[in-house]
Design a protein around this ligand. Structure first.
Ligand code: GLU
Length: 415
């Protein structure tokens, strides 16, 4: 990762889109800052009896189209600006897939890998005590993100319901099925991404059954490894990385075995039959499709020129810096931008909220079908904008998202 301030990048992207949309100054001024930011500290009792103080945020970037929506990250490098950027990107993401939600994000500065399960539970509950008055089914609905998961969500939901003295499962999404979760949420981000890859391959005439690589082997990366083959009818996964290292096998990995190896050992490293490569070599692998599924700014000016993939499907938030974007565009690489490619997760989160609100749950096929429809439509809408404005795909997606949000702000009389 280089030293980019993600929020600077996010603000520049808005200005670029606003210019092409001819937005007036008040609208621009309104769209480049979060509407509300909550910063707080809270104590957590650790296993050794000591008390540790944690810094945390919840940011609601824009709520013109509906309540704020977005994940909560537990990360040792968390800053207010990363969360601002991520909350901002959620705003365009929900708008691009056209679901009635705004954008938000939260985070706790912590090192979750060094904490026990009990400490993580205390941290999750403490976080909710700090934000309970700001979140709610009609205000702001968090979900998991980096280093948080459905178990985190149940602890948080339980704490919220305890504070509110009522059942309110829809206050957080990506919960386990037993407590108001939906079918199809766990693989939704990856599934949405693979839908966009399918559409891109169709429209560009690229062989979807060629080689692919995955950078980052967390939830989204693992599911993409499996779903790529399942949904596109083939493909050879030749390079994979996670935070501990990277591996390569020109004959291809069996994604199922690789997921099992990661579950058993905590990493992809050491998978039988693989050779070890560098992190950058995964990004630069000779593949048709590359899925960046790790953190922000992994594709930057120093490695972008060596990327050989024909399609880059951004399952991570903000994986490409602006300079890298230009380079990829110049090299005719089709980038499916994060606010489109990774929108499957929040789309199914929205389906979860809908089901929670009437306490009646859909089967998996219905979730998959609706997700596919929503993402296919969004992909095509972005393609239209790309052709109309003759801009790179990220800017095209920004134009679609920003235009919808600006319109809602205008209709409400905010600007
Ligand atoms: N954390 C996911 C994202 O960045 C999902 C957010 C949500 O479901 O609210 O899109």
């Amino acid at each position: 990762m280089d030293s980019y301030n993600s929020f600077d990048v996010a603000q520049k992207q808005i200005l670029e889109a606003a210019k092409l949309l001819n937005l007036d100054q008040a609208t621009v001024d309104f769209l480049i800052w979060p509407q509300k930011e909550v910063k707080f500290i809270f104590p957590v009792r650790m296993d050794n009896g000591s008390v540790k103080i944690f810094h945390a945020w919840r940011i609601q970037f824009n709520t013109s189209r509906g309540p704020a929506k977005g994940g909560i990250r537990f990360h040792p490098a968390e800053t207010v600006d990363t969360i601002r950027a991520l909350a901002c990107w959620m705003t365009w993401k929900t708008a691009v897939v056209d679901i009635p939600l705004g954008g938000g994000k939260g985070g706790v500065l912590c090192d979750p890998k060094s904490m026990s399960l009990r400490e993580l539970e205390n941290l999750s509950r403490g976080y909710i005590r700090g934000v309970a008055e700001y979140i709610g089914i009609d205000k702001d609905i968090p979900a998991p993100d980096v280093y948080t998961n459905p178990q985190t969500m149940v602890w948080m939901m339980d704490e919220y319901e305890t504070i509110m003295h009522r059942h309110q499962p829809g206050v957080l999404t990506d919960k386990p099925l037993q407590v108001g979760g939906t079918q199809g949420r766990r693989d939704a981000t990856a599934r949405g991404g693979v839908v966009t890859v399918r559409e891109a391959c169709r429209s560009l005439g690229i062989n979807a059954k060629g080689k692919y690589a995955i950078q980052g082997f967390g939830n989204a990366g693992q599911r993409a490894a499996l779903l790529h083959q399942e949904m596109l009818g083939g493909g050879t996964l030749i390079a994979v990385s996670d935070s501990r290292g990277a591996i390569f096998n020109p004959k291809g990995f069996n994604p199922k075995d690789l997921v099992t190896h990661k579950l058993m050992t905590g990493s992809v490293v050491g998978f039988p039959g693989s050779s070890t490569i560098s992190h950058d070599e995964v990004l630069e692998a000779n593949v048709d499709i590359l899925y960046p599924a790790a953190l922000e700014n992994s594709i930057h000016a120093n490695n972008a020129a060596r990327i050989k993939a024909k399609i880059v499907c951004e399952l991570a938030n903000g994986p490409t810096t602006p300079e890298a974007d230009e380079l990829l565009y110049k090299n005719h690489i089709h980038v499916i931008p994060d606010i489109l490619a990774s929108a499957g997760g929040v789309t199914v989160s929205y389906f979860e909220m809908v089901q929670d609100s009437y306490s009646f749950f859909w089967d998996e096929d219905e979730v998959h079908h609706r997700l596919d429809k929503q993402l296919t439509r969004a992909y095509q809408r972005v393609q239209e904008a790309l052709r109309e404005k003759k801009v790179h795909p990220r800017l095209a997606a920004m134009i679609v998202g920003v235009a919808r949000v600006a319109e809602a702000c205008k209709l409400r009389g905010w600007v």
